[in-house]
Ligand binder design. Structure first.
Ligand SMILES: [Zn+2]
Length: 170
């Protein structure tokens, strides 16, 4: 028997392919219901299998990334352990318009309170405090990273807090 990591096939854990088991398994496989690394996901998504997958699941790719675009761009491929520690539990991240230039802004406070109301206490991953949402420590020109545990939560947030019309994203 080969060595199996305890987090093999788990979300954000090790790749489910026994011979691989690389960290960073963020691609969910609809058939095996396990997670895979990017390279293995690419092989599983080979072009020849896409017609079958379309027939079975209504989408061409058997393995799909289980996090937001922002997470994929900024965190999934990054080697910074601290960044992973902060965001891996809430990989449905968006760049939210929190207003003003500082954390003291009214919209910022309202957003934080709304999230607490909806999703419970904020996660504080660095201090080992669990939770389903997390607000980034930096606000840049009124934009702050907000992460959620699920896509549904992220979509709910985006619907409740649309970017105001007068705000032009830089
Ligand atoms: Zn792999």
């Amino acid at each position: 028997m080969s060595n199996l990591h305890p987090d093999k096939g788990m979300r954000g854990g090790r790749c489910n392919v026994t011979a691989c088991q690389q960290p960073g398994a963020w691609h969910f496989n609809k058939s095996t219901r396990a997670y895979y690394c990017e390279n293995c996901a690419r092989e599983i998504n080979w072009p020849g299998g896409r017609a079958d997958c379309m027939e079975l699941y209504g989408v061409p790719m058997l393995c799909e990334l289980d996090c937001s675009d922002l997470y994929r761009r900024q965190i999934a491929e990054c080697d910074d352990e601290l960044m992973h520690k902060v965001w891996d539990g809430t990989p449905w991240m968006i760049d939210a318009y929190t207003g003003g230039m500082a954390r003291g802004d009214e919209r910022y406070q309202e957003i934080v309170e709304w999230c607490r109301d909806q999703f419970g206490p904020e996660a504080w991953p660095i201090h080992g405090k669990p939770g389903d949402w997390h607000c980034g420590g930096a606000t840049v020109h009124g934009w702050t990273w907000l992460g959620f545990a699920t896509k549904e939560m992220m979509d709910k947030f985006a619907a409740a807090w649309p970017v105001p019309d007068e705000v032009v994203k830089l």
